[in-house]
Design a protein around this ligand. Structure first.
Ligand SMILES: Nc1ncnc2c1ncn2[C@@H]1O[C@H](COP(=O)(O)OP(=O)(O)OP(=O)(O)O)[C@@H](O)[C@H]1O
Ligand SMILES: Cc1ncc(CO)c(N)n1
Length: 284
């Protein structure tokens, strides 16, 4: 039975500035008609200029939040964002292995758009923890640098990234939502200028690509969190990943276009990365 109002649990970090993390997730889930819940993994002191502090929560505090929700509330979809430490990655993987939610979207958050590190990666423990999470996820949403870290493969141009995404899907039995937002940093600027591609890559290798015009703005903080929670909400309401991406991508581009008008943060500073406007569709 598809729920009229999907109940969506975000397992993610808190962004005090409200543009990314659980704050972005709750706003996005509400914008798409879902009921949002959270299990907070870490508190970040963060604003539109960068991340000033990161404080991961104790494993038992995160586990208690997950157990409280699961003990009482049916969860139609889970979105996983910043996990912060390998211990928290393992704890969340363990909870997912026990509870097996119907829809699990894993946004493999490693660094903030400001460049600040948010989750440990790289050593053997980290790699094993990512592999466990990937096994219980239904959709993983890497950007190009995250895909390169997860696969150890080159993902600097779109075709190489699609190949690496097929490899990731086959290795872990997970559908991949490959995001092309970082292509302007890796491809020749003229090749990346006009459009930003995203693609759903299925385990068998089938690719469903959705392209949209590149929005020129520095209001790009939280785009990854926003996309993954939109997809989780839409999948919780019964849509396929392909249909969910067709709906979410143009909505996110509009949210980016509307971001600067929010007047959040000091945009005169070169470090400014303002939030997208998660509520733009409601504001009209
Ligand atoms: N300039 C842009 N114009 C239009 N869409 C964009 C642009 N940049 C990113 N996107 C879209 O935003 C989503 C996130 O993509 P991106 O590759 O930036 O992920 P990310 O790096 O995880 O995000 P974040 O900046 O939140 O960490 C994708 O759907 C992508 O297509
Ligand atoms: C808490 C948090 N999660 C994720 C991101 C990635 O954008 C961020 N900047 N902050």
């Amino acid at each position: 039975m598809t729920p009229a109002v999907p109940r969506v649990l975000s397992i993610a970090g808190s962004d005090s500035g409200g543009g990314a993390g659980v704050q972005a997730d709750l706003k996005t889930i509400a914008a798409w008609g879902g009921y949002g819940m959270t299990a907070i993994t870490a508190i970040t002191a963060q604003n539109t200029q960068g991340v000033q502090a990161v404080h991961p929560l104790p494993v038992d505090v995160v586990r208690a939040q997950l157990d409280s929700v699961a003990a009482d509330i049916a969860v139609d979809a889970v979105k996983i964002g910043m996990l912060g430490t390998v211990e928290l990655m393992r704890a969340v993987a363990g909870w997912l292995e026990e509870t097996r939610p119907a829809v699990v979207v894993l946004d493999p958050v490693m660094v903030a758009s400001s460049g600040d590190a948010l989750t440990a990666v790289g050593d053997d423990d980290g790699r094993a923890a990512w592999a466990r999470l990937l096994r219980v996820a239904h959709l993983v949403t890497p950007n190009l640098p995250e895909l390169a870290r997860l696969t150890g493969r080159d993902a600097t141009d779109w075709d190489a990234a699609l190949d690496a995404a097929r490899g990731l899907a086959a290795e872990h039995g997970v559908t991949v939502l490959l995001k092309g937002g970082h292509l302007d940093e890796t491809e020749a600027p003229e090749a990346a200028a006009a459009e930003v591609p995203d693609a759903v890559v299925r385990v068998g290798g089938a690719v469903h690509e959705v392209r949209g015009p590149r929005v020129t703005t520095r209001a790009s903080h939280g785009t990854g969190c926003t996309l993954s929670s939109a997809l989780a909400t839409l999948a919780g309401a019964g849509l396929s990943w392909e249909d969910a991406l067709e709906r979410a991508k143009p909505w996110l581009a509009d949210a980016m276009r509307a971001g600067e008008a929010l007047a959040v943060g000091d945009a005169s500073r070169p470090t400014w990365h303002g939030p997208v406007d998660h509520g733009h569709a409601q504001r009209g």
